[in-house]
Every structure is written in structure tokens, then in C-alpha cells.
Design a protein around this ligand. Structure first.
Ligand code: F6P
Length: 746
């Protein structure tokens, strides 16, 4: 369909064209007149010659007979031809001997002895224009004379008027045909041009494979400039936002209102933030041991909206309404938790199977072999679809902001995109992304990558994980990657891949209610039967083989071997929340942790004080906070970890600016907390040394290190994490709206 706008634009070509053609037509008419007149004169000349030749013989005979009557009637017969106006005969002395009555008086005979055989001329009388042709007649005794043929030229005037009319009609038709072709071609190229500009604004111009280039050749030179400009604007705005905003729940709320029109956000994760469990006929509310929940919950409280998650608690159904909805936090509701129900088989296939036996070991370098079963994959697919349906149901407009969390939902972005093409989907991958070769062993790698490319923004903790992802895409998918802006173009959809280091809320939730640090330390030590001056190390983890718990125990053991003076004066408390215990790998790991703790304790228990105090049970966050505040050293020795928020929680808990963090170099946190003692957990000696250095570090050095790390966690808190993603999403939305508006106005 040709739109009114393109018609209007085309008229800008057509009107000047019509004017030009009209001027041309009027300029051409006299030329055409002259030309046709010349043709007609030539035509009349030859016509006259023909008539004269035909009359030659009979006229001579009649002249010889001097038969005046017959001569006159012959001449009268000749002028019956409508174009022949008059005929006359002049003798060689230039005297008009015979003529029809119509013969104009003004026409004279050729002078005597003119010698000219034939001639022609045009004469204009008041109402008449005539062609006069003179032909010499000569034969035998007859003295040569002249036959004068006078043709009426008014038919030429008539014909000339006709010709003028036809020329003008021809030009008008030509004009219309050219206009139609012009409008059509202009419309097509306009559309192509528009598409090109739109693609450029979307950033697709140079993101397509060379044989699928959408940008027209004439736009190519503009492309680089335009993209550079957009990048500069983006970078400047980003920098300005980052530098000027103090990130807090309030600034996050403001951002939502100013940049995202107060959108309610929809969060999707497997783990729910509040789990209702039955306990001795009562219902308890548990907060899960999950970095994801720690980070996302304060964001949800600030933004409000709906959090969709698996309802896994034994009392979850009875505490939710018939749609699975429950307002949370329970004491002071600020958003809605929408629970999704799974059968035991579904949980086994989707969560335990594909997510935790397949993707989890695939993404972590912990030397546990991933297991991929077709049956698990089918459940994974089906449950992703169930969550996608729930998102679509919860969305109250066609362009909701959806935050998809973690490796349980790799297919979800693509599924949501199919039903809500305008949705802003921010996916955050909380675990590492492996290198492309390791990822390549997943039998459903293309499906997973395609699903993730449904995201508007795909976030990882570190630039290194982003790089791994881009290389994986490059290796296994037909896409175009623009490394400079970290964008992937796939099937007309752009995905921005960016690093957003996750963090925790600041100020920490327990800041105002925590008891004084010394009192807290004394109470915690006393609760474990330890004296006041006992040195305390701490580990807080889910019972997971990626966390390096065994390596940590080995480092404790080694330190006590090297420093026997610390035996009985130092204990390491390991809080290990049970996790994924339905899986054999985890059961085995749990057994190994218990066995090693026992073995070390047999070696190094003194005065009834164990070297390792293993607390393999769920602990609520406020309780864990008390351990953080009591410890001299906190050890985070993950073999591989996306970020590890325990490191940041420990730092946040230490408002006394004391305590030392020993941190694995294989965590995302090590890229931010440079003042920690960074270790390779596979290197037992080195980790043992670091532990000893921590326990013997002077207070002022502890203070220096801790205050610097606290400033880092304060400034780069979880509101900044969410805020940066939402700002980027807002920019993408704004750019899309701008593209649409430019498209409408062009
Ligand atoms: O590390 C990935 C992650 O999803 C974290 O965000 C979270 O701390 C943990 O796994 C939770 O695991 P699960 O939900 O299986 O208990």
C-alpha cells in the first residue's frame, strides 16, 4: 500500500515534472508547426507536379484545337479536388489565357522568357493562404506556357491545430506515465531508504552478515558515523548516570518512574524468596541460602511488581491464593510472589536433572562431568514454557520489563519474545559462562543460545564471561557480533551482552539492629563453648562441590601443621546449607566434607576445641550476620564462582573495619575486592599461608583493607547492579521508540 505520506512526498517530484513537461510542450509546438508546414509544402509541390504532368498532354491537345470551352471545363473538373483552389494557364508572354473563376487576381503569370521550368510560393490573402505552383508546358508547335495550380492551405492550418493538440496530449500522457513510474520507484526506494535508516538506528546496519545487508549502499558511509555517535551518547549518558547517582532503593524507584514510566517489573527465578514450611503443625517462613535471592529481593522491594518462582515449600500452597499469589515480605508486603507448581517428576527433570546435573557442572570448572539426558531436556523445555506462560499472564501491557534469572531459564527469553515481541527482557546469568569448546558438548547448545538471544540485555558478572559467551555465539550460531558495542544481531533481534557485577544491599539490612561487635563475638564464641580470646575462621556456603570447602579444610589442616601453636586456639566454623541433596554427586560431596572435618578434628582437637566446627544446616540470614561479625577471618575458596556474595556480605557486616577476607581468584568478587588476600584454592600451601597472615594481620592493616572494600561494596551495591541494567534497558526502549517515531515522521 502506498501511504498518504509517501504520496505527499511523491507529489513533490510530480508537480515540477508536470510544469517542466508543459513548458516543453509549448516550446515544441511552433517547432512542430514549422516542420509539418515544410512537409506539407513539399507534399503540395509534388502533388502539383503530378497534376501538371497528368494535364500536360490533354491540355496541349486542347490548346492546339483552341477549344476554349473544353479547356475551361477541364480546368473546372480539376478544381473539384477540394484542396485545389484554382487553376490557370498563362502563355509564354506572361498573359493569363485561361483560369477558373476562383483564380485570385493577385496571382500573376511568370514574366515572359523567365526560363524557369517550375516554381512554387506561398501567398497570404486576407482570409486565405495558398500554395502557388507554376509548371512549364511545352510541346510541338505550341509555344511553351505555364500551368498555375493554386492549392488552398487552410487544411494545413487545421492539421497543424490537430498536431498541436496531439503533441500536448502526448506530453500529458507522457507526464502521467512518468509520474506513475516516479511515484512507484520513489515509494520503493523511499521504503528501502527508510528501512535502512531504521535498521541503522536499531544498530543493525553493520551487524548483518555481508550477504544479508539491510542498509542501502548510499547509507553505508553514514553508518559508521551514526553508530559512533550513538555509542558516544550512550557512553556519556552511562558515565553521567553512574557518576551522579547515589544508588539506593529510592534512586532505583525514581529511575523506574523517570526512565521506565513507572513500569512494574516481572522477575522470574527458580528459587523463591520466601519459603513456607510446615514445622510441628505450625508454618515457618524460610529465607533460602541463595545469592540470587539475596541480590534480587531488595531490588523487588524497591521496585514492586511480581516475582514468579517455583513454589517449593511444604506449606506454600496453603499460604498462597488459588492463583499461587502471595504478598511478600510477609510482615510488610511490597510486591507479589507468584508461585508455579511442579510435580516431583518435573522438578527432577528440569531442576535436578538438566539445570543442576547438566548446565551447572558445564558452566563451572570443578571437574564434575555434566550429565545430559533427553528426558531432562524435555522437562526443562516444558517448564520454561510454563514460566513463559505465567509471565505472559502477569504482563499487563505488551511491552513489560521482565528480569529473567539464571541458568534454569535459558529458553525463557526466546519463548517470551515470541508472544510479546516488544517486551524488554533482561536476562542475568548468575553463574560463569564457560569457553566455547566446553559449552560445545551440550547436545542442545543451539537451542539454549537461541533462547538466550531472545533477551534485550544479557548480563554476566564479569567481562570475561561476556567474552566467553560472545565467542560461543560466534562459534555455533549464524549471527553478526559487533564487539565494540558488545551486541549480537540475530534474526532481526538485537541482544546487548554486558557485564553487571552483582552485589548486595547497602546499607546492610542488620545495621541498625545488630548488637555491638564485641558483645556479639563473645556471645557467638560462648554459644560454641569457646573462650573469649579464641581465634575464629568462617566459611558460609551451600553444600556444593564448586565452593572449595574441601580445599579450605585442607588449608586449615596445613596451617595447623605449620603453626601447631594455634592448635586449640583457633577454630574454623563452616556453615553449610544443605543443597540439591537429592543428587548423588551432592550426597557424595556432603559425605566427603563430613569425613574430612572429622579426620582433621581427630588430628587437631585440643582442650575440647575442634579445629573445624561443621554446621551443616540451614541458617537464617540474621544469624549468619552474627557469625560474620564474630569472625577474625572469612574464607571464600570457590573453585569457580560467578560472583560469590558471601565475600561482600562479610565486608558489609564489618562496620568495625576489622576482619580479613581470604578470597579465591576464581570468583567474580576477586575482580572487585582487591584488598582481600587473593588465593588459588587448589594451592593448599598458599591458602594456608594466607589464612595464617589473616590471623596475624595487624589491626591497622585490617582496617585499611576493610574500609577500602566497604567503600567498594557501598558504592557498587545491588541497587547500582539493577539500576545499570534498567538504565540500559530504558535506553534500548527509548531508542526503539525514537526509531519508531523517526520512521513515522520520515
Ligand atoms: O549460583 C547460582 C545460583 O542460582 C545462585 O544465584 C544461588 O545462590 C544458588 O545458585 C542457589 O541454588 P539453588 O537455587 O539450587 O539452591
Amino acid at each position: 500500500m502506498i501511504s498518504f505520506r509517501s504520496l505527499r512526498l511523491s507529489l513533490r517530484f510530480v508537480i515540477p515534472l508536470a510544469v517542466a513537461l508543459t513548458v516543453l510542450a509549448y516550446a515544441l509546438v511552433p517547432l512542430v508547426d514549422k516542420l509539418t508546414l515544410r512537409w506539407f509544402i513539399r507534399d503540395l509541390d509534388s502533388r502539383s507536379r503530378l497534376i501538371a504532368t497528368t494535364l500536360d498532354e490533354p491540355l496541349i491537345q486542347l490548346l492546339e484545337q483552341k477549344n476554349r470551352g473544353k479547356i475551361n471545363s477541364m480546368l473546372l473538373r480539376v478544381i473539384k479536388d477540394e484542396r485545389l483552389h484554382a487553376v490557370g494557364y498563362c502563355d509564354s508572354d506572361g498573359k493569363l489565357l485561361y483560369n477558373t473563376s476562383t483564380f485570385p487576381k493577385a496571382i500573376t503569370c511568370p514574366p515572359a522568357r523567365s526560363g524557369e521550368k517550375e516554381s512554387s510560393s506561398i501567398h497570404n490573402f486576407s482570409k486565405l493562404t495558398v500554395h502557388v505552383a507554376t509548371h512549364q508546358i511545352e510541346q510541338g508547335s505550341i509555344k511553351s506556357g505555364y500551368l498555375i495550380l493554386v492549392h488552398d492551405m487552410s487544411f494545413i492550418t487545421l492539421r497543424s491545430a490537430d498536431t498541436r493538440k496531439y503533441v500536448i496530449i502526448l506530453f500529458a500522457v507522457l507526464g502521467i506515465v512518468i509520474s506513475i513510474i516516479t511515484v512507484f520507484v520513489a515509494h520503493l526506494s523511499w521504503r528501502g531508504w527508510l528501512e535502512g535508516v531504521r535498521a541503522m538506528l536499531r544498530g543493525e546496519g553493520i551487524l548483518r552478515p555481508f550477504n544479508q545487508q539491510t542498509t542501502s549502499p548510499e547509507l553505508q558511509p553514514l553508518l559508521g558515523d551514526m553508530r559512533a555517535l550513538l555509542r558516544t551518547i550512550d557512553a556519556e549518558r552511562r558515565f553521567a548516570d553512574d557518576a551522579t547517582i547515589t544508588w539506593s532503593p529510592e534512586s532505583l524507584r525514581k529511575l523506574l518512574h523517570s526512565h521506565l514510566a513507572g513500569e512494574r517489573i516481572i522477575v522470574v527465578s527458580n528459587r523463591e524468596p520466601y519459603i513456607h514450611v510446615k514445622k510441628h503443625k505450625l508454618i515457618d517462613i524460610n529465607r533460602p541460602a541463595s545469592g540470587l535471592v539475596t541480590a534480587v529481593e531488595p531490588v523487588m522491594r524497591a521496585c514492586s511488581g511480581t516475582w514468579i518462582a517455583h513454589g517449593s515449600g511444604s506449606a506454600d500452597r496453603e499460604t498462597a491464593d488459588r492463583n499461587g499469589r502471595v504478598p511478600v515480605p510477609p510482615k510488610n508486603p511490597e510486591y507479589t510472589l507468584r508461585r508455579i507448581w511442579l510435580t516431583k517428576e518435573e522438578e527432577k527433570g528440569y531442576y535436578y536433572g538438566f539445570a543442576n546435573e547438566g548446565l551447572w557442572p558445564l558452566c563451572h570448572i570443578a571437574h564434575v562431568r555434566p550429565i545430559f539426558r533427553t528426558n531432562d531436556w524435555q522437562y526443562y523445555h516444558a517448564i520454561n514454557q510454563r514460566f513463559a506462560d505465567a509471565v505472559i499472564k502477569e504482563a499487563d501491557n505488551d511491552d513489560p520489563v521482565v528480569l529473567v534469572q539464571d541458568y534454569h531459564f535459558a529458553l525463557l527469553p526466546g519463548m517470551i519474545r515470541q508472544s510479546l515481541p516488544k517486551a524488554t527482557i533482561i536476562t542475568f546469568w548468575h553463574i560463569p559462562w564457560p569457553n566455547q569448546e566446553s559449552f560445545g558438548i551440550c547436545p542442545w547448545r543451539e537451542e539454549i543460545l537461541r533462547g538466550l538471544l531472545g533477551s534485550t540485555i544479557l548480563g554476566f558478572h564479569t567481562p570475561f564471561h561476556c567474552k566467553n559467551f560472545l565467542e560461543t555465539i560466534d562459534r555455533y550460531m549464524e549471527t553478526r557480533i559487533e564487539h565494540e558495542s558488545s551486541t549480537i544481531s540475530h534474526g532481526g533481534q538485537l541482544t546487548m551482552v554486558e557485564n553487571y557485577p552483582i552485589s548486595i544491599q547497602w546499607p546492610p539490612p542488620w545495621q541498625s539492629t545488630s548488637i555491638p561487635i564485641l558483645q556479639n563475638r563473645t556471645e557467638i564464641l560462648a554459644s560454641m563453648g569457646l573462650p573469649k580470646n579464641h581465634m575464629l575462621g568462617l566459611g558460609v556456603d551451600r553444600m556444593d562441590y564448586t565452593k572449595g570447602i574441601l580445599e579450605r579444610f585442607m588449608a586449615v589442616e596445613r596451617m595447623l601443621e605449620i603453626h601447631p601453636e594455634l592448635v586449640g586456639r583457633f577454630s574454623f566454623v563452616q556453615i553449610a546449607a544443605p543443597s540439591r541433596s537429592d543428587l548423588e554427586e551432592y550426597q557424595g560431596f556432603q559425605a566427603r566434607v563430613h569425613a574430612m572435618a572429622e579426620r582433621i578434628n581427630i588430628r587437631f582437637t585440643s582442650n575440647g576445641h575442634q579445629a573445624i566446627i561443621l554446621k551443616a544446616a540451614h541458617h537464617e540470614p540474621d544469624e549468619i550476620n552474627r557469625y560474620y561479625r564474630a569472625a577474625d577471618v572469612c574464607m571464600v575458596t570457590s573453585l569457580h564462582d560467578g560472583m560469590n556474595l558471601v565475600a561482600k556480605e562479610f565486608v558489609a557486616a564489618r562496620d568495625d573495619e576489622q576482619g580479613v577476607l581470604v578470597l579465591s581468584q576464581f570468583t567474580g568478587a576477586a575482580h572487585e575486592l582487591h584488598e582481600a588476600l587473593i588465593v588459588n584454592p587448589y594451592h593448599v600451601e598458599q591458602t594456608a599461608d594466607a589464612l595464617y597472615s589473616a590471623l596475624t594481620m595487624p589491626d591497622n592493616e585490617q582496617k585499611e583493607r576493610m574500609s577500602s572494600m566497604r567503600a567498594m561494596v557501598r558504592d557498587f551495591n545491588v541497587y547500582r547492579w539493577a539500576g545499570r541494567m534498567l538504565l540500559d534497558a530504558a535506553r534500548v526502549r527509548q531508542r526503539e521508540k525514537l526509531t519508531a517515531r523517526i520512521g513515522r515522521n520520515l
